[in-house]
Write a protein that binds this ligand. Sequence first.
Ligand SMILES: [Ca+2]
Ligand SMILES: [Ca+2]
Ligand SMILES: [Ca+2]
Length: 508
Amino acid sequence: MPLRVLIQWCSVAFSVPVSLCAVIVVDPAGGGDEVSMTRAVENAANGDVIVLVPAVYYSTFDVIDKSVTVRSIDPENPLIVAATVIDRRFEPRSIVVIGGGLELSGVTVRDGALQETRAITARFAHLAIANCVFQNNGFYVEQSGGAIYLNDSTISLVNCALLGNRGYTSGSAIFANRCHLEINRCWFEGNQTTFIPRFPEEEHSRRRTIVARSSQIEMADTTIIGETVWIDGSPSVEIERCRIYQLAGVQALGIGDCPSAIVRDSLILSIGVGPESGTACITSGCNLSLTGCAIVGGTIGVSTQPPWILTARGNLFYQNGYGVIFGDTPESGYYTIRDNCFFGSIWGAMLMRYVGFIDIPGNLRVDPRVVTPGSWDLNGTPESADDLYTPGDYRLRPDSPLINAGPTDLVYGPDARDFFGRVRVAGGRVDIGYHEYPEAGDLDGDGNLTWFDVDPFVLALLDPAAHAVQFPLADREAAGDVNRDGRVDLFDIPAFVDRVSAIGDPRP
Ligand SMILES: [Ca+2]
Ligand SMILES: [Ca+2]
Ligand SMILES: [Ca+2]
């Protein structure tokens, strides 16, 4: 391999004069420019790129007041990511970034939990992390940040997996304070707090996967399975197309004291148990807007604490054990709750601690006809502490009353997508819930049936694989079953011809 090759390109992000950037290859076996990752990173100049050959690196490094890139030889290749490992089992220190920045891509950082070490600690820093795996790291104090701890920093986390990390209370995966977080296409699972509660209320309030405080957070297309996502005091919160699936804590999503929190096209699901412990979403002192979500399970769908401002439009509130919205009195907050579907909770719409149950007009109370309903097992006892919710599949069936039943006054751009990444407004009107059911025959996936769907329909019948590649936004199974017999086959042709003949042919 070449020694310290000067390269013609540099990361624009670092704004470093081009000729000063170097690529430094680290190979513990001696085949590169350096054998020590620690020395390579710590001696690197601003803007240098450190390339790790596949190996297990039992060391760590600091990045202080400079910006460097550390990456594997092929960050997009999962086999290379799995084979390029920063293993923390022998050294009780995390990767430390103070000032400047770190671009980390295509590596696995693991086993810090054995030395009570998180993967990354950053202050006054910029982190760009892509295609990385953080596994089995951990830190056991308050504000843990079991995998990543951030203060006064920015982070972009793209296509990363955070698995089996440990914290004491706040943030078994991430703790961030006064930060800007962008989290896209990531997967969090098996991250756990080790805190042992002294009484049940502590159990609810402290089991958290991600804690973001006084931060701006944008999170999209991300799955979080495990404990609560907790965001408080944050000036701007945007969550879209996320699956927040809580197993053990009080709530799936907790948002407090945020002037603007927008959650849309997401699945918020709690299998939580207990009278107040199983809440899908909790909000207080917050301006929370929920649109096009499925809020499922939990003893309560959304629990509010005064003062609260809640806008809920076009959501499916489903199987929320005892009630959809819980609060003190209707007057303790401001709310706009319309065009939602409430179904499958024992007591109905809104439960107010001091008032009892009240109705909220302007919402549907119908069986949403989802693909597979979830189910509550009350365990044969009257109390709720031992109830258990088994999740289902909340996509709509073709005969669902929620299809084309969503709000008519909301404006959607052409790029708006449902939870599954497909066109958000299909068939001329948005659906209620996180799933947009396609219009029959819309095999190019643009949301409408037109004559431009003829060729895609033929392709969907003849070559499903080619159709999937060419029209990734189309839902072949649902849109192609034009005669609604549960299959996509030649018997769908007459129904397709009938439907498409009924509209004009705009093609030249
Ligand atoms: Ca629709
Ligand atoms: Ca179409
Ligand atoms: Ca069919």
